[in-house]
Design a protein around this ligand. Structure first.
Ligand SMILES: NC(=O)c1ccc[n+]([C@@H]2O[C@H](COP(=O)([O-])OP(=O)(O)OC[C@H]3O[C@@H](n4cnc5c(N)ncnc54)[C@H](OP(=O)(O)O)[C@@H]3O)[C@@H](O)[C@H]2O)c1
Length: 290
């Protein structure tokens, strides 16, 4: 990565594929430097090669506390200044493995890793003016009508598609509630870093890979191109009027696509007590707090 201190450094998790890769490409074209935080060496170096000198692959497996710890340590050792963390990596309909940490893989990658990585490096973000944490969520967060704690740290090995779909939706509402609660706490503690959530609508990517039918659907030519999904993330990054706590989606009824705009989250997310409880439980599980 070329060392030009006037450029802003952005971490994108899951930057070797889909929305993360397209976003990295766009940001590099606009003179940002991007840290490609990816779990797989081959895919990470390949992405770095394609994206050129203003990209840098750094190994990060978001299903592992120790990998997140090593990533955070390396940022400090190398004195890398961070302007924005974009929590983008995610999995959908993955078979329900329980990791060595005792945590379900989808729950860990999609939610716990957002919480743990962010709090691990929040001090590095706070060192820069106008720093942001951007948390990618999904319109699937709207599908939850009645909040059920059974999807927090779930131990069920039910591998039906219905269960996997519901768990995916829950991890997305957790990401969104985390983003809003983080914003509230950052403001209370007088941090200048802002926390913003967004969703990419529904776009082509490799997200459907774990189930035959969804693998097929996420490649359909009628689906908007991956670069469409980048727009709400880009808006979250570049709109200087955002104060933190917002949810950026699209200006259309179903929000599959459109122009990026601030949207109302699922009303469940507005319950202060519930968000606070979720924060407390997550902090107890991960052993980290702000
Ligand atoms: N596409 C959509 O329509 C859509 C809609 C709503 C929300 N989203 C959200 O958008 C985000 C990006 O998804 P996408 O559509 O671009 O899917 P994608 O093409 O499958 O990209 C997902 C990325 O996450 C990475 N990842 C998965 N597990 C990881 C781990 N343990 N550690 C580090 N990285 C890991 C993947 O790395 P590997 O390649 O190594 O697996 C890949 O780079 C996800 O959070 C998803 O939930 C997407």
């Amino acid at each position: 990565m070329k060392n030009n201190s006037s450029k802003k450094n952005i971490i994108i998790t899951g930057a070797n594929s889909g929305i993360g890769f397209e976003l990295a490409k766009k940001l590099i074209n606009e003179n940002y430097r991007v840290i490609l935080a990816c779990r797989d060496n081959e895919k990470g170096f390949e992405a770095e090669k394609k994206l050129g000198i203003n990209s840098k692959f750094m190994k990060l497996d978001l299903s592992s506390y120790s990998s997140i710890d090593s990533f955070s340590k390396k940022l400090r050792q190398d004195k890398i200044s961070i302007h924005c963390l974009i929590n983008n990596a995610g999995i959908m309909f993955h078979p329900n493995n329980i990791l060595d940490s005792g945590i379900n893989i989808t729950f860990f990658v999609n939610y716990i890793s957002y919480f743990y990585l962010t709090l691990k490096i929040i001090d590095l973000l706070e060192n820069n003016n106008d720093s942001k944490v951007i948390n990618v969520s999904s319109i699937s967060s709207y599908s939850i009508k009645k909040f059920d704690w059974k999807f927090f740290n779930p131990q069920s090995l039910d591998n039906s598609l219905n269960y996997r779909r519901e768990l995916y939706a829950y991890t997305n509402i957790f990401r969104l509630m985390f983003s809003m609660e983080l914003s509230k706490i950052l403001k209370e503690k007088n941090y200048s870093t802002k926390s913003i959530a967004c969703h990419p609508g529904v776009v082509k990517s490799n997200l459907g890979r774990h189930v035959f039918i969804s693998r097929f659907i996420y490649k359909l030519p009628i689906l908007p191109s991956t670069s469409y999904g980048v727009l709400p993330i880009y808006e979250s990054l570049t709109n200087s009027k955002l104060n933190g706590g917002e949810f950026i989606g699209f200006d259309t009824k179903k929000q599959w696509k459109g122009n990026p705009i601030e949207v109302e989250p699922n009303p469940i997310c507005k319950d202060d007590n519930l968000r606070n409880l979720l924060w407390g439980k997550t902090s107890a599980l991960t052993g980290i707090n702000l």
